[in-house]
Ligand binder design. Structure first.
Ligand code: 26Q
Length: 818
């Protein structure tokens, strides 16, 4: 018999070396005497995977034994990025692996670069899910994530002639060592069909007779915590043809067509929808949502029933978190299972559902709220539509008692939107059925209460909360900025900040210390060198390390105002062009870096990308300008590009029109890395100001309470001459493509400037000038930079998750013994 410890894998460099060679030979099937970097990466990651699986098994066993209340995090998107470095760091065996690899003639960093990103999400919401999974594991919470295993992740962006083109991201091409296929964990998911009235036990009831079945197969992705044995599960579902054959079509001899049709089932989990908040009502997207929700709930209910036989215990054992409205059909599905299958009766089922679900919204725009056409829902999920109508009927009756027959308010709050096309309002459904509605920053919560969900707030003020977003310092400092990580640990005399990021505040007392300042600048310079090399390799542009690296990386959206940034760059270019030679010496050199994807159907966003390239073409090739100004667009921005760019930037821009960014999380990553922020008072920036003080960042622009008054002024709104001048340059074809840019210019002129670029332009330029002045004073700049990192503690996802655990989910840590 084995002693349990015998099966544990050893982690000393010699055992790791043997283990890597084992995987070269038997997993990758290459000769252990001859393998390249990619094969070494594959073997290495399989060796890490083994260690993850060990901990993952122990954790799942332990959770099962202890049976704590669990959190299930339902999200249609997870942007995990790369796993290798993160895993070995969280497992605490990075140095041992690096030593083992050196013996084999490889370098850890080089192999880590071989890995592609897992990009199963669009942007902020999806990366937030990934950061939160890291915190859930690290803080030992009994939690599990559920999502979809798309075969194609977010499209790859390629730039041809300055235009964005989309290419499929078939990320599974070279295999994925980070997942475990669970062929035996699969569930049938049903669609279409009819609802029939039946009599069961002398009771009339509605029974769904579905028309199509698809199989959901589980793929498990272990998520290791840092400094703990706990390794939680991210379970992603893939669609497979159902095992239930349609005998009819096989018997009629149409074998080929029958096989081809079965294969169509797989399309459900084929591709991630790009975030186009107005692109709604697509059948495949709805199918994805239900497929994922149904499989997840079957899994959760099975786990519950393994141990419990009374559904009244369900809310005490299960917390279901909806990441935006995308998974909100889960509410209806749980009602259906409890009422139709478990036969609990409506009231009992309703009580359980309301105590189980909570919902977080990530948007501020009412027009971005998800709606599903009733016709579509009725044909795909006829019984679910009935249940929604029943929920709505009860809700509206209740509402009438509370507010009387105020029909305009009743119709606004109704889950069903009447009109030419009848829709189901998924946000209203979520608010009615969830015990808690969370916003993602303080000002976001205010907007929800005062504007977006005002009526609901008046009805149920106690349901509304907020949890300011956070990001994980493990990925955003430890993995991506190892030099800063070492420096911080040295000055704090401890690595404890990696799990308790508030300790970073300890840097404050050294912010003016010349030795720390010196070392701090050194780290930044090395990171800028890495970034400069990447920029040159990607775009051929050589940039000076003395220049200020000024960065805006995020999805391209009008409200995020990349156009304001580019117009500011044109202004800077124009000023330098018109300067006396002697004045040029005073110019602070800049490298302006932009990156981000535009949704494929979002024309204006695509034009912004093209404008960036057109301006870059002119500026970068102008001999009068030289190193004083460079503009680079980094193609195919994703998580691993962010890991490279953020540590190497001096200044970062978060310049959305006030009141439009629910939170924003990029700013927090820059803050942690000691990059100064140039920002509007929007989303989480307002809270960053509270932490580091307005003096340590560059703030500008209209305030949230001014925006609507300014907008109402329309064409009467005063706009500075400089603004008119730079827009005119674009209009007149100074950067070419005159006709193409016309509609883009139209969005900011003649009273149509919805996002107030013209109004904010002067204060934007003044603030940019203030950043220049600060950069010249390197001592001041470095002090501000240290204070940014020191003040970033509140923006750790550890803090966010602890708040959720305590105030929303009611779960407690469950630490697997080491
Ligand atoms: C909707 C319908 C059909 C297809 C796709 C979608 C879709 C997909 C993704 C709609 C929205 C999203 C993503 C939204 C998002 O990322 N929101 C951001 O969430 C962050 C985390 O809370 C915030 O920091 C950002 O402010 C917010 O914009």
């Amino acid at each position: 018999m084995f002693e349990l410890m015998d099966v544990f894998l050893k982690n000393d460099p010699i055992s790791l070396e043997k283990d890597i060679l084992y995987h070269v030979e038997y997993t990758v099937a290459r000769s252990r005497f001859n393998f390249d970097d990619f094969e070494a990466y594959q073997a290495l990651s399989h060796s890490v995977r083994d260690r993850l699986i060990e901990r993952w098994h122990d954790t799942q066993q332990y959770f099962k034994k202890k049976d704590p209340k669990r959190l299930y995090f339902l999200s249609l998107e997870f942007l995990m990025g790369r796993s290798l470095s993160n895993s070995v760091i969280n497992l605490g065996i990075r140095d041992q692996y690096a030593a083992a690899l050196r013996q084999l003639g490889f370098e850890f960093e080089v192999l880590a670069e071989q890995e592609g990103d897992a990009a199963l999400g669009n942007g902020g919401l999806a990366r937030l899910s990934a950061c939160q999974m890291d915190s859930l594991a690290t803080l030992d919470y009994p939690a599990m994530g559920y999502g979809l295993r798309y075969q194609y992740g977010l499209f790859r962006q390629i730039i041809l002639d300055g235009f964005q083109h989309e290419q499929p991201d078939y990320w599974l091409n070279f295999g994925n060592p980070w997942e475990i296929e669970r062929v035996h964990v699969s569930y049938a998911v049903k669609f279409y069909g009819t609802v029939e009235e039946q009599i069961l036990n002398a009771e009339k009831c509605n029974i769904w007779v579905p028309g199509e079945t698809v199989e959901a197969v589980a793929y498990d992705n272990p998520i290791p915590g840092y400094g703990t044995r706990n390794t939680i599960n991210l379970r992603l579902w893939a669609a497979k043809p159902s095992g239930q054959y349609d005998m009819e079509s096989y018997n009629t001899g149409d074998y080929i067509n029958a096989v081809v049709n079965r294969q169509k089932a797989e399309t459900i989990s084929n591709v991630l929808y790009p975030d186009d908040r107005s692109y709604q009502g697509k059948e495949l997207r709805l199918k994805q949502q239900y497929f994922f929700v149904s499989a997840s709930l079957q899994d959760i209910i099975r786990r519950f029933k393994d141990v419990h036989d009374n559904f009244d215990d369900f809310p005490g054992k299960v917390a279901l978190q909806l990441n935006d409205t995308h998974p909100s059909l889960a509410i209806v599905e749980l009602m259906r299972v409890l009422v139709d299958e478990e036969r609990l009766g409506w009231d009992r089922a309703w009580d359980i559902v309301c105590k189980t679900f909570c919902f977080t919204t990530h948007t501020v725009l009412p027009e971005a709220l998800e709606k599903i056409p009733v016709d579509l829902l009725g044909s795909l999920l006829p019984r679910h539509l009935q249940i929604i109508y029943d929920i709505n009927f009860n809700f509206v009756e209740e509402l009438k008692k509370r507010i009387g027959l105020d029909y305009s308010r009743l119709s606004l709050m109704s889950i069903v939107e009447e009109g030419a096309v009848k829709n189901i309002r998924m946000a209203n459904l979520s608010i009615v059925c969830c015990h808690t509605i969370n916003g993602v920053s303080r000002v976001h919560a205010e907007l929800l209460k005062k504007r977006v969900f005002k009526d609901f707030y008046e009805l149920w003020p106690q349901k509304f909360q907020y949890k300011t977003n956070g990001v994980t310092q493990r990925r955003w400092i430890v993995v991506s900025n190892p030099n800063l990580c070492a420096l911080v640990s040295k000055w704090l005399g401890t690595e404890a900040w990696i799990c308790n990021v508030d300790l970073l505040a300890g840097l404050q007392e050294f912010a003016s210390n010349p030795d720390l300042q010196q070392e701090w600048k050194m780290v930044k310079t090395v990171n800028k060198m890495r970034l400069a090399e990447y920029i040159e390799a990607m775009s051929g542009v050589k940039v000076s390390l003395d220049a200020m690296f000024d960065v805006q990386i995020k999805r391209i959206h009008e409200y995020k105002r990349q156009l304001l940034n580019i117009l500011g760059i044109i202004h800077r270019y124009d000023c330098i062009k018109n300067m006396e030679k002697s004045d040029k010496r005073k110019v602070v050199p800049r490298v302006c870096i932009l990156g981000g994807k535009a949704a494929p159907g979002y024309e204006i966003a695509k034009k912004i990308i093209k404008l960036c390239h057109a301006v870059a073409e002119k500026v970068n090739n102008d001999a009068d300008i030289g190193d004083l100004l460079k503009l680079v667009f980094i193609p195919d921005y994703n998580v691993s590009v962010a890991e490279l760019v953020i540590p190497g930037s001096d200044l970062s821009q978060h310049i959305s029109t006030a009141g439009h960014e629910a939170s924003g999380t990029g700013s927090m990553k820059f803050l942690m890395n000691g990059c100064l922020l140039l920002a509007t008072a929007d989303g989480s920036t307002v809270e960053i100001i509270d932490e580091i003080g307005a003096d340590n960042m560059f703030l500008f622009g209209a305030k949230m309470n001014e925006v609507s008054t300014l907008r109402d002024k329309g064409a009467a709104l005063k706009v500075p001459l400089q603004f008119a001048r730079v827009v005119r340059m674009v209009r007149d074809g100074y950067f070419g493509f005159k006709d193409y840019f016309k509609s883009l210019c139209d969005t900011v002129e003649d009273g149509r400037d919805f996002y107030l670029l013209g109004h904010d332009f002067s204060s934007y330029l003044e603030t940019q000038a203030a950043a220049d002045r600060a950069f010249v004073d390197q001592e001041k700049w470095t002090r501000m930079s240290i204070l940014s990192t020191a003040g970033s503690g509140r923006f750790s996802s550890d803090r966010t998750i602890e708040e959720y655990a305590e105030k929303t989910w009611g779960i407690e840590p469950c630490k697997c013994p080491s």
